[in-house]
Design a protein around this ligand. Structure first.
Ligand code: DAH
Length: 330
């Protein structure tokens, strides 16, 4: 029996050193030391031993059992460590590998400019509104004190649709829609695309963007308009040479245009960035307001011109040709 035990010991030791993984190790433990394992099987014959032999064999069996446990633990620790290092190697991040390029979207400079202007006017208490791009002659012209035979309609080369509607030539049409739905006092801004049959050059494009400003209350003056525009322009562009120039619009009286000095290599020039004025009483009449009771000022800002000044872009066409090299700079 002693020989049997010793042989079992050797066999088990070899099997443990060769166990490939933790599962195999557990299987060995059951095979050798389990209740129905090989050791128990041998010890089952103890009853046939003499009284002297029994304690000797018992002690040997215990020793074998202890050593087996020890080896098992050792092997287990080694296998666990190996498993961990394999896992670590698999999950390791190689910081020297080239990165994966994730394309990143950007805000287009036109939208970026609108966002900045909105922020400034919202800070001054204005609420954003919207209106349709396809308009009727009524909202684009008539209600804005520009009747069909008015010479001012020639100022804007309009794109008409076959059904007699038109693509709005300015965002001023939204003034009328807004006033029809709201009662003064209010301060409103709205922006969007406008359309004209303009020839394309460095500062003209047939589709461009405007932002309309309209404030109506009981004692609004031209001074409020000038003050608001001065604060706004300084906030947006910093301190720059500004020129307020008398002008004419059918829907405002008096009217003006505002120019900003555009510094360039060839010397520079004045760039017209907005039209503005006091809302004409006829406009109030067309929306049912009493011009004796309320006054208001309005302004229409050219977004592209302001974007050019803001970012130092010298050709409006750059804003429309979707050149990634250009757009990635913003
Ligand atoms: N609608 C004018 C244009 O497109 C700009 C403008 C001028 C808007 C004066 C206004 C204004 O609100 O008061 O040229």
């Amino acid at each position: 029996m002693k020989d049997q035990l010793n042989q079992l010991h050797q066999e088990a030791r070899l099997a443990i050193t060769e166990a490939p993984d933790l599962e195999a190790l557990e299987a060995l433990r059951i095979e050798y030391m389990g209740k129905k394992g090989k050791l128990s099987a041998i010890l089952g014959g103890m009853g046939k031993l003499s009284v002297e032999e029994r304690p000797v064999i018992g002690a040997l069996a215990n020793q074998i059992k202890n050593e087996f446990e020890e080896q098992l633990q050792e092997r287990k620790a080694a296998l666990e460590e190996a498993k961990l290092s394999v896992q670590l190697a698999a999950e390791a991040i190689d910081v020297t590998m080239p990165g994966v390029y994730i394309p990143q979207g950007r805000v287009h400079p036109i939208l970026g400019t609108i966002d900045r202007i909105n922020d400034i006017f919202v800070g001054l208490g204005y609420s954003p509104a919207t209106g349709p791009e396809v308009e009727t002659e009524y909202y684009n012209f008539e209600a804005l004190n520009t009747p069909a035979d008015h010479p001012a309609r020639d100022m804007q080369d309009t794109l008409y649709l076959p059904n007699g509607q038109l693509l709005r030539t300015h965002t001023s049409s939204i003034q009328i829609r807004y006033m029809e739905e709201n009662e003064p006092p209010f301060r409103m801004i709205c922006s969007g695309r406008v359309f004209r049959r303009d020839a394309v050059d460095a500062s003209h494009y047939p589709i461009f963007h405007q932002l309309e400003v309209l404030a109506v209350d009981e004692d609004i003056t031209f001074t409020d308009l000038k003050g608001t525009l001065t604060v706004f322009l300084e906030e947006l562009l910093g301190e720059r040479p500004v020129r307020f120039r008398p002008s004419f619009f059918p829907f405002t009286e008096p009217s003006m245009e505002v120019d900003i000095w555009w510094e360039s290599k060839s010397g520079g020039r004045w760039l017209e960035v907005l039209g503005a004025g006091m809302v004409d009483p006829n406009v109030f009449k067309s929306v049912g307001y009493d011009p004796e009771k309320v006054q208001g000022f309005a302004a229409g800002l050219g977004i592209e011109r302001l974007a050019m000044l803001l970012y130092g872009i010298d050709d409006i066409r750059l804003l429309y040709n979707s050149d990634q090299r250009f757009l990635k700079q913003f």
